[in-house]
Design a protein around this ligand. Structure first.
Ligand code: ZN
Length: 248
């Protein structure tokens, strides 16, 4: 699956049961940036096959399914590693630690760091304004959001609220393929009429497109229309919805 920017494209490597590793490729210079490599072998194979130099790895948070491949890739490709400053204790092998509003330029791409706590306390996303691409780890998923392992609902509600402010055409590269499960959840808590109303907001074609596997990258405008988590009006509603999803 290829998403084209101006001279950049982003490919997805599926790993484990439902994770994606993202590879942003600069075709002109045969180099790449990898986001959240949970394991090294699939990424190594991909880079060698495409004859790409690995410039850097960006990490969104410290969970093992996002960082498990870092050490091996770093040794193999001598790349630089960026990790959230608030995860310095959990991720000791990064070259750089990044925090809110910091800008990083790699392979002519300028990533802006946005701290989005909730799933974990130190979680960051990487925003490419020019491409309107967001690498958001485990904050938002298709029709859903990440579990609150470390943060409180207010933090996740704020994090999702920020994502909602991005341009409608934003492509969201989230790390897990959970859209189908979240669709089942959505159907389980709505009446048939409510569900039909929800789909009509996005229109049927966009709704069907958003469910194709891979469903990632997500289109923000479609998520705004279809995700119950993005539609909650206040913290109370959000907290209740997240609790229901935990029990689903
Ligand atoms: Zn996680």
């Amino acid at each position: 699956m290829i998403q084209s920017g101006k001279t950049m494209n982003c490919e997805l490597i599926p790993i484990f049961d439902d994770n994606y590793v993202f590879v942003i490729i600069d075709d002109d210079h045969q180099c790449a940036v990898v986001i959240d490599p949970g394991e090294a072998s699939a990424v190594t194979k991909f880079l060698l096959e495409k004859k790409l130099k690995l410039s850097a790895i960006l990490l969104t948070h410290h969970h093992h399914d996002h960082i498990g491949g870092v050490e091996e890739l770093k040794n193999k490709f001598a790349c630089e590693v960026y990790a959230p400053l608030k995860n310095k204790n959990q991720i000791s092998n990064a070259n750089y630690y990044v925090a809110e509003a910091q800008r990083i330029t790699i392979n002519q791409l300028t990533f802006e760091v946005k701290e989005l706590p909730g799933h974990t306390l130190g979680h960051v996303a990487y925003w490419l304004e020019k491409q309107a691409w967001l690498f958001s780890g485990d904050v938002i998923f298709g029709l859903g959001c990440g579990r609150l392992f470390e943060g409180v609902p207010a933090q996740m509600f704020e994090s999702l609220s920020w994502i909602k402010t991005l341009p409608a055409e934003t492509k969201i590269f989230c790390t897990h393929e959970y859209t189908q499960t979240n669709l089942e959840f959505t159907k389980s808590i709505l009446t048939k009429a409510e569900f039909a109303d929800l789909v009509s907001l996005a229109d049927l074609k966009k709704y069907e497109d958003s469910l194709k596997i891979p469903s990632v990258p997500l289109l923000l405008s479609t998520q705004r229309n279809l995700s119950l988590f993005l539609q909650t009006k206040n913290l109370e509603q959000f907290t209740k919805l997240r609790q229901l999803r935990n029990q689903f």
